[in-house]
Design a binder for this molecule. Structure first.
Ligand SMILES: Cc1cc2nc3c(=O)[nH]c(=O)nc-3n(C[C@H](O)[C@H](O)[C@H](O)COP(=O)(O)OP(=O)(O)OC[C@H]3O[C@@H](n4cnc5c(N)ncnc54)[C@H](O)[C@@H]3O)c2cc1C
Length: 319
């Protein structure tokens, strides 16, 4: 097969972690017979070298502003598809990906599988899996035409370890499109502490906490653990108890920590969609039959108000 093109993104001068995840997925496709891995980046040689170290064989660079809108990048991306001969295009499910995926698909009269959680090569063609019917089913997509375009959900694929001894080609593309939209301003979401997606321990709370004060207790617990972040189910966010930006699940963030402590969360399929990759799940729930309890390595069947303060005390004793 003629190969895969990864659309990499640059944030604050560095290649985004999601771009390395795309390269991890593209290398897996290469092992399955998809051919060489190319990357496109609105960036320079430094970013191209980072992409090569993480698995790209060839990198197409563009001098366009890395924060450019999809329609500005489109001609350069198109040129990269043509020059690389790629029949598969992988894009992050980012704000750029949400625009670029459909734009590219429309231009090439092909389809795009948005927010895919798995990609593989079957019978020489791409097969992408994504969630359907509100997380209650999994849909599998294949393409009749090329390029086969998929956007990938963050954290659905592992990046490769950087290998600075890898070598590859870097080719500049100078095509630039015209923007019909003008961005007046951008605002960065405020955050303190470790990023939820990067935390090795996540303490998540659900509707069973009863009210917003339950999250104060979870913050205290997270404070006693090394590099822990607090998250919430959608039910808790919808009730206004915790910021929606920290919601885990199908319509929230995807996390894959070493330990996921689910406090008063039932384990609906839409919540599981965001934390199923956790290495160890610990539940604190009053209901022994809750779905979350069933998928847990350890579960405490009790009122969280009794367990969490006692747990905090015990952890403090460990120093
Ligand atoms: C299209 C769609 C997208 C969705 N996306 C998401 C998403 O991204 N993320 C998400 O989380 N949900 C999502 N949902 C909602 C999802 O279906 C569930 O409604 C939601 O996850 C339930 O949240 P919960 O587990 O906190 O609440 P509940 O299901 O009400 O569970 C509360 C749990 O707390 C336990 N409990 C109660 N009191 C205590 C106590 N004192 N001590 C210990 N345990 C206690 C109960 O036994 C129960 O297990 C989505 C739904 C749809 C239709």
């Amino acid at each position: 097969m003629p190969g895969t093109l990864v659309i990499a993104e640059v944030i604050d001068g560095s290649v985004s972690p999601a771009s390395f995840e795309l390269l991890g997925a593209a290398r897996k496709l290469a092992d399955e017979g998809a051919g060489p891995v190319a990357a496109f980046v609105a960036g320079g040689d430094a970013q191209a070298q980072e992409l090569i170290a993480h698995g790209a064989d060839t990198v197409y660079t563009s001098s366009a502003d890395p924060s450019s809108l999809a329609e500005v990048l489109l001609p350069a991306v198109d040129a990269a598809i043509e020059q690389s001969g790629a029949t598969i295009v992988l894009i992050a499910q980012s704000s750029l990906g949400r625009d670029l995926g459909p734009l590219l698909a429309f231009k090439h009269n092909t389809g795009v599988a948005m927010d895919s959680t798995e990609v593989k090569v079957e019978n020489g063609r791409l097969r992408a899996t994504r969630s359907a019917y509100g997380g209650n089913a999994r849909a599998e997509h294949t393409w009749k035409s090329d390029p086969q375009i998929a956007t990938l959900k963050a954290k659905s694929h592992d990046p490769l370890e950087a290998d600075s001894s890898r070598s590859g080609d870097i080719k500049a593309i100078d095509a630039v499109g015209e923007a019909r939209i003008r961005v007046l301003s951008t605002e960065k979401a405020e955050s303190t502490g470790i990023r939820l997606e990067d935390a090795p321990i996540v303490v998540a709370g659900g509707r069973g906490l009863g009210d917003a004060s339950g999250f104060e207790l979870l913050e205290q617990l997270a404070g006693t653990l090394p590099s822990a972040a607090v998250a919430a189910s959608r039910a808790a966010c919808d009730l206004g108890w915790f910021p929606p930006a920290l919601q885990v699940g199908l319509t929230g963030k995807t996390v894959s920590p070493n330990v996921y402590i689910a406090v008063a969360i039932s384990g609906a399929s839409q919540h599981m969609a965001g934390m199923a990759g956790s290495k160890n799940v610990v539940s604190i729930n009053k209901d022994a039959d809750a779905n979350m309890v069933k998928v847990s390595k350890f579960a405490v069947i009790e009122d969280y108000k009794k367990i969490i303060p006692a747990l905090i005390e015990e952890i403090k004793k460990l120093g």
